[in-house]
Ligand binder design. Sequence first.
Ligand code: TRP
Length: 461
Amino acid sequence: MIEARGQWSGRLGFVLAASGSAIGLGNLWKFPYITWQNGGGAFVLVYLLSILLIGLPIMMAEIMIGRRTGKSTIPALQEMGGKGWGLVGVMGVLAGFVILGYYSVIAGWAISSFWECLNWSISGYRAPDSGAFGAFVSNGPLQLALSGAFSLATIGVVWLGVSKGIERVTKILMPMLFVIMLYFLVTVLTMDGASRALSFMFTPNFADLPPLGILEAVGHSFFTLSLGMGLMITYGSYLKKDMSVTKVSGLVVGLDTLVALVATMIMFTIIFSFPGVEEQVGKSTVGMLFITLPNLFYTGMPGGAILGPLFFVLVGFAALTSTISLLEVMVAYFIDGRGMKRSSATMLSGAGTYVSTVFCALSLGAVGWMSSFELFPGKQGVLNTLDHLASNWMLPLGGLFITIFVGWKLDKRLSLEELKLTDDGGQPSIYFKLWRIVIRYVAPAAIIAVIIAVITGKDFS
Ligand code: TRP
């Protein structure tokens, strides 16, 4: 028997699932950190421009391809563009495999930070010694268990399918995530560091922006919006025909951006409120979220005993709704492209990815050669190598191909039909014309600039 193809029950279902994919470690961990590194206000402004000028138009393009064909990434591109374009889909599915492999490891840390905080809340805070995090990441069995638990949760949700699994889970987790964030925002707004955090984030001073910060902003737009690997093609393929691609794209992009800004505001306020913390932050990329922050909840933060564990619930939820989307891209391929049943497709993709997770989990000190292995200069170990490969190469390249495909190969009328951006007389509206210009010229030019920057050695991971 052929299983019925999944579908979102309605607009809310799609928007929550797609924003669940978009909102993840990229928003809570990476964005605050790179904003910090790139000097604040001016970087935020460039990032917002890049979300609007590159992210949003590509989001519309991906969702449109999926909705039009009703197929997942590889078959959708094959159907619209022929075998050659199908290869862009193949790269996308591989990117999903690569990202999910290491993402699950970092997501697993949310579980252990949650336990750590819960313990402190119950039996009192004990400052960890300075080598604690290093010992934690190089504990192989523990890393395998944490990432394994996270992978199992991911597999369980995807196994249940589009509406019964992904939609149902995101409909519960995402509203909780929004409420928790709001609670955090209200709390930190009463703290001393709030006004400094606001002015750091929203007063652009271009002298503070390193020249390549612009390209970093573009690169991050892909990662944070889950673009460049055809994920939104797959999610768009479950979207009903009567829904506006433009509106749902706007909503997803808006929510993702809002969460990134609020998360950054929360973290910077906390950091600015404690003297001396600022100096520590710059030292480690993962540090801000997993090393610095947990301690601050217990050293003078109002209501910290509740906020501590709650914060890592937030991180875990955000990560889970992203990992399920990454796994779904692979699963959908095996279902649509290979005629497999959802259950076998999920087992195969989940087990396959966990193999790569094992390598990543052991590459932070547990196993020597996995940790010291260096393909890209300065990126040691499997985890860092895969992150670099996906964020700096696969996603920008995939995004570039999508812009070329939609801007130059697809019939203009087809885009107009799907996006429904017409004026009263049924002619292409000004928004459609702008979208075309961006997707044909502006976005590809910006992505090519990113790729050139990567080739000449700039790192976006
Ligand atoms: N967007 C997610 C984040 O910000 C990560 C993610 C999920 C992703 N699915 C993706 C990135 C697909 C690129 C492509 O954490």
